[in-house]
Write a protein of this length. Structure first.
Length: 228
């Protein structure tokens, strides 16, 4: 684990990368972190090709760019991840992540918090290793628990849940190979949050939880996932 020094209130500005299957509870844990440690963490400002909405401030809400500019940034490898939603392109640049820990107008620095997928983790490791983040994998107690959570959340139909589970199986295989600094098994939210907080504060001994044993269902799902 490495740390950066700062003159602000945060002594450790190492970016935190949270990664884990859809529905595993990343947003839930992030919400707890923001409530428990207010003003210490910040999200990077994304780039987008969509038009600003009333009240949105360039460079604050988003970096608004043209499609050409966006494509140029993609070609330069500037993004840790990018995707198209509803015809508009969105991306998280390495520079935007670095900017989080630079002093803002009030002089305060924040620690960047990223919620990205395994593809993004691989890109950081391959092309943006200088960010030196703390890589945390949030693991489900089991694939069947993840299925129940996704079903209970009620935001996806069966087909989408199947796709998410196949993706989850491949992300879990990547995590089992030891690419993350810390594993947090989100069985009980408060217990999981305790481990996450200790990892972020640098007081965790070891690498957190063990990955759950690979289940037969997970193996079968993995064969259906796009290779990542
Ligand atoms: N430890 C837990 N036990 C049971 N349910 C949980 C737990 N943690 C989160 N949940 C529930 O699981 C669902 C998915 O959680 P959440 O939306 O935080 O996942 P996510 O990882 O952010 O998903 P996505 O990547 O799709 O946005 C929510 O309904 C949440 O309340």
């Amino acid at each position: 684990m490495s740390s950066s020094s700062s003159s602000g209130s945060n002594s450790n500005l190492q970016p935190v990368v949270l990664c884990g299957p859809s529905g595993v509870g990343k947003s839930t844990l992030i919400k707890k972190l923001f409530a428990d440690m207010p003003n210490q963490f910040g999200f990077s400002v994304s780039h987008t090709t969509r038009q600003p909405r009333p009240g949105e401030k360039p460079g604050v809400s988003y970096h608004f760019v043209t499609r050409e500019e966006f494509q140029r940034l993609v070609a330069e490898g500037a993004f840790l991840e990018h995707a198209t939603f509803g015809g508009n392109m969105y991306g998280t640049s390495a520079k935007a992540v670095e900017d989080v820990s630079k002093p803002g107008p009030d002089g305060r620095r924040q620690r960047a918090l990223l919620d990205i997928d395994t593809q993004g983790v691989k890109l950081i490791k391959a092309n943006h290793a200088h960010l030196q983040p703390l890589f945390v994998f949030i693991a489900p107690p089991s694939i069947s628990a993840l299925r129940s959570r996704l079903t209970a959340r009620g935001t996806d139909d069966d087909e989408a849940i199947g796709r998410r589970l196949a993706m989850a199986a491949s992300e879990m295989a990547y995590a089992r190979a030891g690419h993350h600094d810390v594993i947090v098994k989100n069985d009980d939210v408060d217990r999981a949050y305790g481990i996450l907080k200790a990892a972020i504060q640098g007081t965790l001994q070891g690498k957190g939880d063990d990955m759950p044993e690979e289940e037969e269902e997970e193996k079968a799902l993995r064969s259906k996932a796009p290779s990542s």
